[in-house]
Design a protein around this ligand. Structure first.
Ligand SMILES: [Zn+2]
Length: 187
């Protein structure tokens, strides 16, 4: 009588290679390492982007400041039209327009009194178009190589490097303004 050999035991189907598994500390080490890499990359990006963000903010402040001076120039023109004379001082101009106080603050500075404002005396028709009416006080925009915004009698507003500004300030028609600026900024 022939005996049929028993079938080998059934092998359970495998769907993937058997995992060797990671010890707990190994997995923690990988997570910590990955976290450090992410932090390093974030730090690197911040270090790269910060200077350009600072410069963007400085440029925005300069532009807002120019808009302020244009508004002050418009207020001066309105006052001159109504009174046929320049305001005697900045306070008088400020009272002539309710919202002007807001525009007398340079965003690059910390508060009010950040502009020097000085009106020319004498006949308004004799005043040179390039005469300075208002400008930033020194240091309002230190991040932009020390330049400043200037408002002229003709209503034009210009960003000027300090050297060019001082050259214009020395002109005879700016003598009154130069005196007021010295008083405001000190020696
Ligand atoms: Zn300014």
């Amino acid at each position: 009588m022939t005996q049929i050999p028993p079938l080998p035991p059934a092998v359970p189907p495998t769907t993937s290679a058997p995992s060797r598994g990671l010890p707990g500390w190994g997995l923690a080490l990988i997570i910590v390492g990955a976290s450090l890499v992410v932090l390093f990359v974030i730090g690197l990006l911040v270090a790269i982007l910060m200077p350009s963000l600072d410069r963007a903010e400085a440029l925005a402040n300069r532009t807002i400041c120019q808009a302020n001076l244009q508004t002050i120039g418009a207020a001066v023109d309105t006052y001159v039209l109504e009174h046929d004379a320049f305001p005697p001082d900045g306070e008088t101009l400020k009272r002539s327009r309710a919202d002007l106080s807001f525009y007398l603050e340079c965003p690059g500075d910390t508060g009010p009194g950040s502009y020097c404002v000085q009106f020319p005396g004498g006949d308004i028709d004799e005043v040179d178009a390039g005469t300075f009416i208002a400008c930033d006080l020194k240091g309002n925009h230190p991040d932009l190589d020390g330049g400043r915004n200037v408002l002229r009698r003709d209503g034009s507003v210009q960003w000027m490097r300090e050297e060019a500004f001082q050259a214009q300030l020395a002109k005879p028609w700016n003598a009154e303004f130069a005196k007021a600026l010295r008083a405001a900024e000190g020696p």
